[in-house]
Design a protein around this ligand. Structure first.
Ligand code: ATP
Length: 636
């Protein structure tokens, strides 16, 4: 008898399952049935592709799931004739954490039972949900093609044990001894049938419910009159309780949204209905069916490098893989669903898949279809807000990655802007429609804090000229992606921190005159600030602020830095250009000032407060405070 300790995270998880996640307990049946169906999928595939396996399990083998219950024993048993597990599989699949996601699951728990139980499937910890209702679980399994069977048992506390046992056929038996307080609810024919009907109706294999029922003999009228007593006997029932047809093979006209929703829940483990359902049959050069869903809430692992892909590949209804990230481009990794191809060979290997032309066509068609459906969704403002709140970021990735569909994706992305308020967003199309047709550019500013961006002195001249500026406050992605976007319908994207400000009414002569007037002071400030600034110059982009900092657009190092950032490398910030406002009181007075220590202090304050207004860090906060005190003292 071999005892094993659960890995720490499994231990934590089990503790949570048994103590905290008490709402929606019924999903344990869905999770176990879905595992059984996956196990049959795997063997089905081997039967079709591996002659030895076909011989070993027999030509006539076909997958099925059997559920039985025992009222006296307070137990439910779920049996499948799928691929099964050997000792190693049992340890690695249901003892240790096979997937790194489980740790994040434990970390992501909110304490809200309903939300937390919704997380269960997303992290692939489905099996453990059984401990919400079980006091003891035995998993008896024999791997197809092997001789020894094993029994895994656990009470869901610190450890589990595995022993060899005898079992004739391949597959897995899950014996669930229910906690006393759960038995009444779940050891019940109607309850089990309802749960299966709700979550597992379209599992592609038959699910049978086996139970015993006491039946009374039907008496004839004569016998009744004669007072004969009806004999009672116990009958063994074997009833199919699901449709057992792959949902996506049915014509759309036969399916209700309700059917689609339940199927979605069974494949995604999400407890919410999907935001959008896209069912397509493609006929022509390639024949295939796709059924895609967009979840209401983005999958928890969307920003993890080891995210689980959400699309399963089938060939002629035979499951091939659910672990292929190439089925859709990475920016659509939130999409859930299936692709079923009529043309791919059954024995496709991963290598073949990656360079397969048929699959490439399917992928291309699927992306177009999904993007067009999102475009349709955009017509419903409320629904689209919901969508954008979850998926604006992956769409931005798409505009960067997917050159073919860039224009379509740009139409789907939404932005904050100086002309939107209260969390409302704008499309680029609407931006363009609002703008003066002479503008011919889309202006934007990037940073990490919306409030700082909205108050940036750099916006002053745009406001004065009634030019809208996009507020890109998702810095991590906007900073890399926006400069690479090029143009939207011929209007180039322009970063306002590195382009000339919009024109103000000023002749060349007037400009020259002002520059000459401030020539000495700008030189003095540059001498004081030294390497901290690249240049100091007079600007006409400001109205209320005395100064601002901008990037040097023509600096080849700045372009290089942009490229390095896009490749995920750390880049040292290069010195900015300090621009000062000749119409501002401070600058005017500074120009006539003869107190050198005052000029020194004010020069640094002009630089530091301009940096602070852009949300940048200043090098020496203590000196900044001291300078302000000195200036204030003199001014009083
Ligand atoms: N009935 C079964 N037959 C064969 N293997 C099984 C069975 N049940 C579970 N397993 C194995 O145990 C693993 C863990 O199952 P679990 O339900 O915890 O997660 P999962 O099914 O991989 O993920 P998810 O719940 O997201 O689908 C499975 O991946 C599978 O390898």
């Amino acid at each position: 008898m071999a005892k094993h300790q659960f890995q720490t995270e499994v231990g934590q998880l089990l503790h949570l399952m048994t103590h905290s996640l008490y709402s929606n307990k019924e999903i344990f049946i869905r999770e176990l049935v879905s595992n059984a169906s996956d196990a049959i999928d795997k063997l089905n595939y081997l039967k079709l592709t591996d002659e030895n396996m076909k011989k070993s399990i027999g030509e006539d083998w076909s997958g099925e799931i059997n559920i039985s219950f025992d009222e006296k024993d307070k137990s439910i048993t779920i049996v499948d004739n799928g691929i099964g597990m050997n000792e190693e599989d049992l340890i690695s699949s249901i003892g240790t954490i096979a997937k790194s996601g489980t740790k994040s699951f434990v970390e992501a728990l909110t304490g809200d039972a309903k939300k937390d139980s919704n997380l269960i499937g997303q992290f692939g910890v489905g099996f453990y949900s059984v401990f919400m209702v079980a006091s003891n679980v035995d998993v008896i399994s024999k791997k197809a093609g092997e001789d020894t069977a094993y029994k895994w048992s656990s009470t869901g506390t610190g450890e589990f044990e595995i022993i060899p046992v005898t079992k004739e056929t391949n597959g897995t038996v899950i014996y669930i001894k229910l906690k006393d307080e759960e038995a009444e609810e779940f050891v019940n024919k109607h309850r089990i049938s309802n749960i299966i009907g709700k979550y597992s109706n379209h599992i592609a294999y038959p699910i049978f419910l086996n139970y015993q029922e006491e039946v009374e003999e039907e008496l004839s009228e004569e016998d009744k009159k004669a007072g004969k007593e009806a004999k009672k006997s116990v009958e063994n029932k074997h009833e199919k309780i699901n449709e057992a047809t792959a949902l996506w093979t049915q014509p759309k006209s036969n399916l209700k949204q309700e059917d689609y929703n339940e199927f979605y829940k069974s494949i995604s483990h999400d407890s919410q209905d999907p935001l959008c359902t896209i069912h397509t049959k493609a006929e022509g050069v390639n024949e295939y069916t796709t059924l895609f869903y967009i979840p209401k809430t983005a999958p928890m692992d969307m920003y993890r490098a080891d995210y689980q892909p959400g699309v399963k590949l089938y060939v002629k209804r035979v499951f091939i893989t659910d672990d292929e990230k190439e089925l859709l481009p990475t920016y659509l990794r939130f999409v859930r669903g299936i692709i079923d191809s009529e043309d791919l060979p059954l024995n496709v290997s991963r290598e073949i898949l990656q360079e397969n032309r048929i699959l490439a066509n399917i992928k291309q068609g699927s992306v177009k279809k999904i993007l067009n459906e999102i475009k349709k969704l955009a017509k419903d403002e409320e629904k689209y807000e919901e969508f954008i709140s979850q998926y604006n970021r992956p769409l931005k990735e798409g505009a960067y990655q997917d050159f073919t569909n860039k224009d379509l994706i740009l139409d789907l992305i939404r932005y904050k802007s100086t002309k939107t308020e209260n969390g409302k967003l704008t499309s680029l199309k609407a931006y363009k429609e609002r703008a003066n047709s002479e503008q011919k550019a889309i202006y934007y500013i990037v940073g990490e804090n919306e409030k700082v961006l909205r108050n940036s002195p750099l916006l002053e001249s745009y406001k004065k000229n009634d030019i809208e500026v996009l507020i890109c406050d998702d810095k991590e992605i906007d900073e890399i992606i926006t400069p690479t976007l090029g143009a939207y319908q011929e209007w180039e994207f322009k970063d306002i921190t590195s382009v000339e400000p919009p024109k103000v009414e000023q002749t060349e002569e007037e400009k020259k005159e002002v520059e000459e007037k401030f020539q000495d002071i700008t030189k003095k400030i540059k001498d004081i600030l030294g390497e901290s600034v690249k240049e100091v110059k007079i600007t006409n982009r400001l109205s209320e602020s005395p100064s601002c900092v901008v990037k040097d657009a023509n600096d080849p190092m700045a372009q290089m830095a942009q490229m390095m950032k896009a490749m995920g490398q750390e880049v040292p910030e290069s010195a900015p250009i300090l621009e000062i406002n000749p119409d501002h009181e401070i600058v005017k007075k500074l120009n006539g000032c003869s107190d050198d220590s005052m000029i020194d202090d004010v020069s640094w304050v002009l630089l530091d407060q301009a940096k602070l207004s852009e949300g940048m860090e200043i090098t020496d906060a203590v000196s900044f405070a001291q300078r302000l005190s000195r200036i204030t003292a003199k001014a009083l």
